[in-house]
Design a binder for this molecule. Structure first.
Ligand code: GAR
Length: 201
């Protein structure tokens, strides 16, 4: 079983879907540690309730991003983490973390990348007036939501949607495809060739 480290800033519903999939044996891995840049994140509470190590890291205590990330890397290594999953982690990941886990950092984004990267992808899509949006699981590189795409799910946008109803429809798909992508990774089914991620049968 591989150890997963999850970085989350908020309510942690994607974290929950990952923990649930691990507990149910749908992913041959365990969430070993959850780290948040927000001590009040409900994600930390979810981890504690599941008996998983929960660590709050205050970015303000570090002189720069490299030092802050060095500390996060230390925690991840202490827990023998193999794969790092960003789940509503609202900070851009830098070199220090990426170089410590090359090709081993994943993210979920609530839009069909490369459309609507950055914050509030659901609302950006809704405001733009697209007829379909969705979510994307991708490997993380130094750009903003630019790494190789692993899985995507499409959802329709309805005329009577608000940004919130659209976000809820997208979130259901996030909870489905993030555990699926992690399972594919953990079972050795993902082959990265440049920008392309091939899924082995
Ligand atoms: C999710 O919709 C996730 O896709 C998004 O934040 C939400 C976190 O919800 N992530 C980003 O926007 C990343 N820039 P959760 O805390 O309930 O998993």
């Amino acid at each position: 079983k591989k150890n997963i480290g999850v970085l989350a800033s908020g309510r942690g519903s994607n974290l929950q879907s990952i923990m649930d999939a691990c507990a149910a044996g749908r992913i041959p891995a365990r969430v070993a540690v959850v780290i948040s840049n927000n001590k009040d994140a409900y994600a930390l509470e979810r981890a504690r309730q599941a008996g998983i190590a929960a660590v709050a890291v205050n970015t303000g205590d570090y002189p720069d991003k490299a030092e802050y990330e060095k500390y996060i890397v230390d925690i991840l290594k202490e827990h023998n983490v193999h794969l790092v999953c960003l789940a509503g982690y609202m900070r851009l990941v830098g070199k220090t973390l990426l170089e410590a886990f090359p090709g081993r950092v994943m993210n979920i984004h609530p839009a069909l990348l490369p459309a609507f990267p950055g914050l509030h992808g659901q609302e950006q899509a809704w405001r733009y007036g697209v007829k379909y949006s969705g979510c994307t699981v991708h490997f993380v590189d130094e750009g903003m939501d630019t790494g190789p795409i692993i899985l995507q799910a499409v959802v329709p946008v309805h005329d009577d949607d608000t940004a919130d109803t659209l976000a809820a429809r997208i979130l259901e798909q996030e909870h489905r495809i993030y555990p699926e992508a992690i399972n594919l990774y953990c079972t050795g089914k993902l082959v990265v060739e440049g920008r392309k991620v091939r899924i082995l049968k």
